[in-house]
Design a protein around this ligand. Structure first.
Ligand code: SF4
Length: 182
């Protein structure tokens, strides 16, 4: 099964595709302002109470052309940014790294969700170059697994209170986690 997944991801890369569960063209609830939301297909975190189990299968979803998605964002002056959601975008890092790097070249504000902690990503980014590319392009990271016992209804942009809204640029520069309050 692992071999099939790796092979499919390699084909996606060769064809400049990204595997998504879906896209929200205009959302006001996935970060500040009107945002385009890309839901990554594939997640291994297996959080109890996950709100989006259809996104777990790495062979599911649909393939989109990365450059077309980038162009559509740049062509829409109403958008204040993009949000990578999931699934887990960091489990499809080559494709999301490409998206992040090329959107950032045009000054697009980028948020991303992940089931990994910020510390884990930073500790391992030198072994996983596409994680490094993602972290060097993303503005804000909402990190950590969803923990059902820590779910609170009034949390903005987060599902459970262990998750943090992290200013990635400041955190990397200061070598410590700097969060943003909402
Ligand atoms: S990281 Fe997100 S998509 Fe993955 S299992 Fe956890 S809640 Fe579900």
């Amino acid at each position: 099964m692992e071999k099939i997944t790796v092979k499919k991801m390699e084909v996606d890369r060769m064809e400049n595709k990204i595997r998504l569960a879906g896209i929200l063209k205009e959302s006001l609830v996935n970060g500040p302002g009107m945002r385009r939301v890309f839901f990554s297909q594939g997640c291994s975190h297996d959080c109890i109470g996950c709100f989006n189990p259809d996104t777990h299968d790495f062979n599911g979803g649909f393939l989109w052309d990365r450059d077309e998605l980038i162009k559509e964002v740049l062509d829409n002056p109403l958008l204040k940014g993009v949000t990578f959601s999931g699934g887990d975008p960091f489990e499809q890092p080559e494709a999301f790294g490409y998206m992040a790097e090329n959107l950032k070249k045009h000054g697009v504000n980028i948020w991303s969700y992940t089931g990994y902690t910020f510390e884990y990503l930073v500790e391992n980014m030198h072994k996983k170059p596409y994680w490094e590319i993602m972290l060097n392009s993303i503005d804000v990271l909402v990190d950590g697994k969803f923990q059902e016992e820590l779910k609170e209804d009034n949390l903005k942009y987060r599902g459970s209170s262990n998750q943090r809204i992290i200013d990635v640029r400041k955190s990397l520069a200061n070598k410590t986690v700097i969060t943003v309050s909402y």
